[in-house]
Design a protein around this ligand. Structure first.
Ligand code: ADP
Length: 670
């Protein structure tokens, strides 16, 4: 609305200027050309001022609005046709009706108004372009950690690491266009001796740099120098610092040895990087000033060009990120949130079995389709879950046809947050595929070996236990020996229990999810039974073991004996790791699509660094006086986690040292 008003006012103003010219008689001779008959103009009636004024203003207004609405290109056709018709009518009206339709001022008003509105539109677009490009460039500046000076020095250090460098100097043009040194480094082994002809060497170096900056090419000069006692060839190399075809200075290198031509590409690349740093520094200084009117201003345009170069430099550097991904051993792909693939690395092409020439036509779902497997049969569901929750999706997928196990991960990436309260915006999806076949094989080999050994251990332990029990029953054995025998019996039984737990954990790990026998199970009943069964153990430590009552809970599909064992392990731990006269409470609750079992104690608690590790096999929290506890194996919780994950549930733990722990697990409801 506001824009229409401005357009109307602008068009009227342009028309008014033309009207003023017409009223002052400046356009009279031009108008006479369009009047017939030429001779005897007096025969044609002079137009009424008010009608002519109206005509001129209307022509301006209509043209202005047409340009605003239809755009200059389309409006030009309409205006052209209208003017042609008006020109014709001017001839006819003057010839037959002796009327002057003021063609020239009307045509001029139309052109002036059209031009004014078009200039206004251009200015608007220009301002928007300037705003956006400045904004993009200043974002680059914010990203930049090190300032230009530090970047130059680190660039020189890098060169020092790869070249037999005696000295390196970076030159940059000053306000008069003269090259002046801005950063300098000396090679480690440089003896620092001041050469007699220092001035002439300096001049020669400077000339070399000027040549390089002018030509945009690396220029070399060789000189035979006399070192301690032998003749050797040293070289000076000038590298132009070019960005976007513009030289922003030059890098002069003095080498201890002859220049190796194979270093050329490296030097060009370092030169380009230094140039980008320079350019950014320049742009930063330029953009520091106040915002100036940019339209039709040379300074404004130069500033915009500078900002554009910053952005183009950034684009070049952004490409590095993608190239880095091709170096990882995992398959990597980046997908925009419209499902198009932004990048695929060669390993991903290989894992997805996509030919290089097909890659351009692959989108997110065609890519994920290539990884369909038993537990990943509907890629859209996985993607939807990732997009809705923001949590990564991770699955191990087995492909029997090629005997390969891949770990697939789909994660949503977010923008870096500028400040704590700024909200991170999702930007793209990162898909990673890792080949874990070999790791799986080794893992299986390890488990197989351990279970084989455990089986082998069982037989002798059974014999030891059996015979020790027999001996202990023998009345002829003296009391002291009987005591030893009882120790042998209880220890061998403990060993046997440990082996049993371990075997059940490894068996579970090897098992497929389908192998677990699932029947509808009421978790409340399981918890109730276990609370009753473990009361004697709790009483021994004078611990109050209670079950929090809960309303009706839906059943879950689970293997009763495995889940019972899990609940027993958690309650047993809660009693074991709590001091006397405390309370252990067990409860169940309904969540959105799962049932949760919670075991809460007021015991010793677990330090933060161990919270994630207690679920690992054989992990035991080192606690004063606790390490030597005979009854701990570090297997109980890993068994719980294995069973619960096999059932599609999850385990959780909250704990604070000295205050107690809250272990819980969920199972999907039926
Ligand atoms: P185990 O109890 O046989 O050592 P677990 O796997 O059951 O093995 O437990 C691992 C470790 O976690 C234990 O050594 C113990 O230190 C710690 N832990 C388990 N449950 C609790 C608990 N309720 N309170 C404090 N620490 C616990």
């Amino acid at each position: 609305m506001k824009s229409l008003l401005v357009t109307s006012l602008l068009s009227l103003a342009a028309a008014l200027v033309v009207w003023a010219l017409w009223a002052s008689g400046v356009l009279a001779s031009a108008q006479a050309v369009f009047i017939l008959p030429r001779a005897g103009t007096s025969a044609v009636a002079a137009p009424q001022t008010s009608v002519a004024t109206l005509l001129i203003l209307a022509a301006g207004l209509i043209t202005g609005l047409t340009v605003e609405r239809a755009g200059a290109r389309r409006a030009l056709i309409y205006i052209g046709i209208a003017l042609l018709l008006l020109c014709l009518s001017s001839f006819l009206a003057s010839a037959f009706f002796k009327v002057d339709v003021v063609f020239v001022p009307v045509a001029m008003a139309a052109c002036a108004a059209g031009l004014a509105v078009q200039v206004k539109r251009l200015r608007q677009t220009d301002m928007e372009l300037t705003r956006n490009i400045m904004c993009a460039a200043s974002e680059v500046n914010q990203l930049e950690g090190a300032e230009a000076g530090a970047r130059l020095i680190s660039g020189l250090k890098l060169l020092e690491a790869v070249l037999p460098l005696d000295e390196a100097i970076i030159f940059h043009p000053d306000a008069n266009g003269q090259l002046v040194p801005v950063a300098r480094t000396r090679g480690k082994s440089s003896n620092g001796k001041i050469e007699a002809d220092r001035n002439s060497t300096w001049r020669a170096g400077l000339q070399l740099c000027e040549r390089a900056a002018e030509s945009g090419q690396i220029v070399t000069a060789t000189k035979d120098a006399e070192s301690a006692n032998r003749q050797s060839s040293v070289a000076s190399v000038a590298v132009p610092l070019c960005h976007e075809g513009r030289a922003l200075g030059a890098l002069l290198l003095r080498l201890r040895e002859a220049f190796d031509e194979s270093d050329r590409p490296l030097l060009s690349a370092v030169g380009a990087q230094l140039a980008r740093s320079f350019q950014r520094d320049e742009a930063r200084k330029e953009m520091h000033g106040k915002a100036i009117a940019t339209f039709l201003s040379r300074r404004g345009s130069a500033r915009r060009l500078e900002a554009f170069r910053v952005v183009s430099g950034l684009l070049t550097e952004q490409r590095f990120g993608a190239e880095v991904l091709s170096e990882t051993s995992d398959g990597q792909a980046v997908a925009y949130l419209d499902g198009t693939i932004a990048y695929l690395n060669p390993h991903m092409l290989e894992a997805a079995r996509i030919e290089a020439d097909e890659a351009a036509h692959v989108d997110l779902f065609t890519l994920l389709d290539r990884f369909r497997a038993g537990v990943f049969d509907e890629p859209t569901i996985a993607v939807r879950r990732v997009l809705q929750t923001g949590n990564a999706y991770e699955r191990e997928l087995y492909y029997p046809d090629r005997n390969q196990t891949l770990l697939l991960r789909i994660a949503l990436c977010f923008t870096r947050r500028a400040s704590d309260d700024a909200e991170a915006q999702p930007i793209c999806l990162a898909i990673t595929v890792r080949d874990v076949t070999r790791m799986k094989e080794l893992d299986k080999l390890k488990s197989d070996m351990i279970s084989l050994m455990s089986h082998e251990l069982r037989t002798p332990i059974t014999s030891i236990n059996g015979f020790a029990e027999l001996l202990a029953m023998d009345d002829g054995v003296p009391a002291e020996s009987r005591e030893f025998l009882n120790i042998i019996v209880s220890e061998s039984q403990r060993l046997s229990r440990m082996i049993d737990t371990f075997l059940s954990v490894t068996k579970l790990e090897a098992a497929d999810k389908q192998e677990v026998m699932k029947i509808p199970l009421k978790l409340d009943d399981v918890v109730g039974d276990m609370v009753v069964n473990l009361q004697p153990l709790a009483k021994k430590k004078r611990i109050r073991l209670v079950q929090q009552p809960n309303g009706r809970l839906p059943p879950v599909a689970a293997d009763k004996s495995l889940i019972t064992q899990c609940v027993a392990n958690l309650i047993d731990n809660a009693i074991k790791y709590s001091p006397e006269k405390t309370t252990v409470s067990v409860s169940t609750e309904l969540e959105a699509d799962a049932v949760r079992v919670l075991v809460e104690d007021r015991g010793y608690g677990i330090p933060p660094e161990s919270i994630d590790r207690v679920w690992e096999k054989f992990y035991r929290v080192a606690r004063d006086g606790q390490e030597k506890d005979a009854e701990t194996t570090g297997l109980g919780l890993s068994f719980v986690r294995e069973v619960i994950e096999q059932h599609g549930g999850s385990v959780a733990l909250e704990s604070e040292v000295g205050r107690g722990s809250k272990f819980s697990f969920t199972l999907p409801r039926l």
